[in-house]
Design a protein around this ligand. Structure first.
Ligand code: SR1
Ligand code: MG
Length: 405
């Protein structure tokens, strides 16, 4: 039975997924396709379909009505598939080279057919292996500047901006972030994953009232500041890379929120990898070189983002006060402080919360892993509490070199 004739939701299988691509007339004979389910994320199915005779291929991503990482006990809206599709469409209007090509979307069956990126690597996996991607900082700086500016009040008419906020209300996925990033890791919550070895350190960590006060401010910003349409989950597992090209995927957490959140998530995942390299790279000289590359990546990200965003305010901005000296620069200063604070929350969450990262968890030497996780928690707390003290990028980079090496 062809799944396209069934108009109520059902999960696709390696058999039924053929019929959903048949209508695209992209492949000559869908029966010949080799189909694999390759999803390794937390939430969705991802099918890879390839014609063995021509090597033409596509990917079909389908949302499940629950969070795959936990199971059917955690129901989750299928609307996220449409949000992801619409967000990819918006990004493709300004940075088509930095997102996958989308061929088709079906909201009822909650699937999207898109470009196969399996010739690329996931950035997290590449970094763990010690691979360098010299362009990724510039690309993520461009992606954030262009997508965030063009969906902000600096660019949009107020009516259009409000409509955007309404179109991208994403309450269930936002709630996941509100809980997993901004709440649970600061308390003894059952979603956390904390080994017996690190628990005594974490018990002390939870005693820090100043940290909780500052985390509360950041959570309130996340809840209330509708600055621009975010990707919403911009960690190194949401980025495909090759030597010269970058593709940002998976914007199912998209909503109109504080700009620093996207940049902060990317920064946090750079810092987590930076820390973890102590266990992955054996030779001291190679370790130093790789860490230098990671800091250079963040340098390029921030410089590209801030320069492009300011230039866009100057050249395309519709916000009345944009021409007043310092308005744009002060706004970028606010985004900088928010970025550091949000990065701190993400570092802490990926260390002791739900959905931790392979950068740290793949370290087999248990005492080394515990030591690095403690360092990560200390770094995360410092970013949250001291975010207003790092005057600029160079002060921050010096601090990383001195305190994380
Ligand atoms: C239940 S979802 C867990 C995490 O996976 C996604 O990638 C987001 O980061 C989310 O917080
Ligand atoms: Mg994801």
């Amino acid at each position: 039975m062809a799944i396209t004739q069934e108009r109520s939701y059902q999960a696709l299988t390696v058999e039924t997924v053929r019929s959903v691509v048949e209508q695209l007339q992209y492949f000559e004979d869908v029966e010949q396709l080799e189909v694999l389910e390759i999803g390794d994320g937390n939430l969705n199915y991802v099918f890879h379909l390839q014609d063995p005779s021509t090597s033409k291929s596509l990917v079909v991503k389908q949302a499940l009505p629950y969070a795959k990482v936990v199971g059917e006990s955690w129901p989750l809206t299928l609307d996220r598939a449409k949000i992801e599709y619409q967000s990819l469409q918006k990004a493709s209007e300004v940075v088509p080279e930095l997102v996958p090509v989308v061929f088709h979307h079906d909201s009822e069956l909650a699937y999207t057919v898109m470009e196969d990126l399996s010739s690329y690597e996931i950035l997290r996996a590449g970094w763990i292996t010690g691979n360098q991607y010299p362009e990724v900082g510039k690309h993520i700086g461009t992606y954030t500047a262009q997508t965030l500016f063009h969906t902000s009040d600096f660019f949009l008419h107020p009516f259009t901006k409000k409509a955007l906020v309404k179109d991208f209300l994403n309450p269930e996925l936002c709630k996941i972030t509100e809980d997993l990033v901004f709440t649970d890791p600061f308390f003894d919550h059952d979603t956390n994953e904390i080994s017996d070895e690190i628990r005594p350190f974490v018990l002390q960590f939870w005693q820090d009232e100043e940290l909780k006060r500052e985390a509360a401010k950041l959570k309130l910003q996340f809840l209330t500041e509708a600055e621009a349409l975010l990707h919403g989950d911009l960690h190194s597992g949401s980025i495909f890379v090759s030597a010269k090209s970058t593709k940002v995927i998976d914007p199912e957490f998209a909503f109109v929120g504080p700009i620093g959140f996207d940049l902060g998530q990317f920064l946090a995942n750079i810092l987590l990898n930076y820390l973890s390299q102590e266990a992955h790279i054996e030779k001291q000289r190679d370790l130093q070189a790789f860490r230098k590359y990671l800091l250079e990546t963040w340098h390029q990200t921030w410089e590209t983002f801030s320069n492009q965003f300011l230039e866009l305010i100057r050249s395309k901005g519709h916000f009345t006060f944009s021409s007043i000296g310092g308005v744009g620069e002060e706004y970028i200063g606010k985004v900088w402080r928010d970025t550091l604070g949000f990065a701190g929350c993400e570092v802490i969450r990926r260390t002791i919360g739900l959905a931790q990262v392979a950068d740290l968890n793949s370290i087999e030497d248990a005492p080394v892993q515990v030591d690095l996780k403690q360092k990560a928690l200390t770094v995360g707390a410092a970013l949250i509490k001291d975010r207003a003290k790092f005057e600029d990028l160079s002060a921050f980079l010096t601090w990383v070199e001195e305190s994380l090496s």
